[in-house]
Structures are given as structure tokens and as C-alpha cells.
Design a protein around this ligand. Structure first.
Ligand SMILES: O=C([O-])CC(=O)C(=O)O
Length: 156
């Protein structure tokens, strides 16, 4: 069954939920997705998120706070396919991705600010499952996030 639209969910529960006004692009092959929030905070370096997406996702959505940098891609088609194989529901990337066309064929939700063919560094620097803020909205690990073409809602 299709998930409830974010607009209908907002009408039901708006006061309890936060809505992200920052405009993300819908890049994945699935646009409506939801799940428990997990987080990674990293800057132009994607080794940490790759290792996390190599572990079981159990239907969670990984919120990647790349500081809004569009200088390098944090996710490409290989990492996105890894996430699909490990049972993640989707990614919200406060930053750039690459391999946009290939990611669009995956049965997977990917929202990102944009794309850039330049790759990220691979030092592993960053933090996992810390609170992150995107567009003025806090994402706490363990919260629930709902995404579709209209936007992103987060709450409990
Ligand atoms: O390796 C990277 O930096 C990301 C990438 O291109 C991929 O996931 O395909």
C-alpha cells in the first residue's frame, strides 16, 4: 500500500511534525519513502557513510548532513545500490550525489540538494547517529521521517 502523502500527514498531525522548507531534488527511483532516522555527519568525505550503509538498514532512512556542500558527491550508484541491498529505505543528502541517472533506476528513495561528478575523500572522518540540523530542522536518531515529492516531514 502506498504511504500517506506528506500533505495529508501534515493535515493530520502538522502541529507535532517539523517540515523542511529547503528544496531537495528527488533523485531515487522511489519518491515516497519513510522510516526511522539514522544519521551521519561528514564533510566532503564518504567512507563513514559507505561503511554504515554496508550494515543492515532495517528499513531506516539515512540522513546525511554534508554541511550543504555541493563541491563533491557523497553518494554514487555503487553506494546507493549497497544501501538497497542492505535494506535501507532511502537517503536524504544535505549535499551532492553523482550517477543521478543510475540512481533514478534503483527501487530506493534518494533526496539530495544536487549533483556533482567530483568524488569525495575517503578518510572516514565524521560522526554516526548524532543529532543533525538541515534547513533549520533537527533530525534526531530514532525519530521518523516521511518523504515524497512535496517535501520532508520529521517527528515521532
Ligand atoms: O565512491 C564514491 O565516492 C561514490 C560513488 O561514486 C559511488 O557510490 O558509486
Amino acid at each position: 500500500m502506498a504511504q500517506i502523502s506528506t500533505a495529508d500527514l501534515y493535515d493530520e498531525r502538522g502541529e507535532e511534525l517539523e517540515s523542511v522548507a529547503l528544496q531537495f531534488q528527488n533523485i531515487g527511483g522511489v519518491t515516497g519513502f519513510s522510516g526511522t532516522v539514522r544519521t551521519v555527519k561528514c564533510f566532503q568525505d564518504n567512507a563513514l557513510l559507505k561503511s554504515l550503509l554496508s550494515t543492515p538498514g532495517d528499513g531506516a532512512v539515512l540522513v546525511i548532513d554534508g554541511g550543504g556542500s555541493l563541491q563533491t558527491a557523497l553518494v554514487g550508484d555503487i553506494i546507493a545500490a549497497l544501501a538497497v541491498d542492505n535494506g535501507w529505505a532511502g537517503l536524504i543528502v544535505n549535499g551532492a550525489i553523482r550517477d543521478r541517472v543510475a540512481i533514478g533506476t534503483l527501487p530506493f528513495g534518494v533526496k539530495a540538494l544536487g549533483s556533482n561528478p567530483a568524488k569525495s575523500t575517503k578518510t572516514g572522518e565524521g560522526e554516526v547517529d548524532v543529532p543533525v540540523e538541515i534547513g533549520g530542522v533537527q533530525f534526531l536518531p530514532g525519530a521518523t521521517v516521511w518523504c515524497d515529492e512535496d517535501g520532508i516531514l520529521v517527528g515521532f
